[in-house]
Design a protein around this ligand. Sequence first.
Ligand code: ATP
Ligand code: MG
Length: 259
Amino acid sequence: MNGWDGTAGRVAGSADGRDGTAASGLLGRTATRSVEEVVRVEGVSRTFGRGEHAVHAVRDVSFTAMRGELLAVRGRSGAGKTTLLNMIGGLDRPDRGRVVVAGHDVTAAGEKELLRLRRGTVGFIFQTFGLVPILSAAENVGVPLRLAKVPAAEREERVAMLLELVGLGGHAAQRPYELSGGQQQRVAVARALANDPDLLIADEPTGQLDSETGRSIMDLLRAVVQARGTTILVATHDLNLIELADRALTLRDGRLVDG
Ligand SMILES: Nc1ncnc2c1ncn2[C@@H]1O[C@H](COP(=O)(O)OP(=O)(O)OP(=O)(O)O)[C@@H](O)[C@H]1O
Ligand SMILES: [Mg+2]
């Protein structure tokens, strides 16, 4: 809930542009946050079903991610990427192991605490954007702020700033169906950032976009990491996107492997 100084500024240029990281104003919080561990995953496992039908989706996975790190999680379809990210974001619970996000023990958290975590500490971006069709771009971005009971005036200001940030300042009133796929995903990025999360979890955020548009979304995430110090975990099998990450974790049959 902090770190926003209300100054409009954008990170990643126009909706189709790639002019990179003109970070300014509202974005300057990296300097105030020191190097720290934002994600700690310790020996996490998740099995679906039992007996001979058991699927060991994630097996004994451990890793850490630091503040301001863009980490790709790669692996074939069925490798366990979504299962792993869901457990880190508190959408699912591991059978074994522990997940700590920004000092919160996600695995030990009760439902109330998980709700708080999902509304404040963690932001989510999905392949299918997940926007509310009947709401405008601005209203979609404002949803998490309403849930957090941010007063209307401040909400409007922050929504405008967030749309500016993702290069959609001129599209506030448009509904999702009036926006391109890339623009819809930008709205989703703005919404995910609304409560200034420590961690952004993006599950195949470019899966429904052409490669050029996908690249511009990755550039946007890169810029967010750089400018705001947000930690981002991105599940993807797109090799072109993986090269934009600081580091890539590879899952094979639920296990973390090298390379
Ligand atoms: N709710 C569930 N019930 C049963 N099996 C599941 C469930 N969720 C995932 N699985 C199984 O766990 C394994 C890992 O699935 P997961 O969705 O994590 O893979 P993924 O790496 O995200 O794949 P994709 O790239 O296709 O999204 C798969 O074999 C899948 O069928
Ligand atoms: Mg998946």
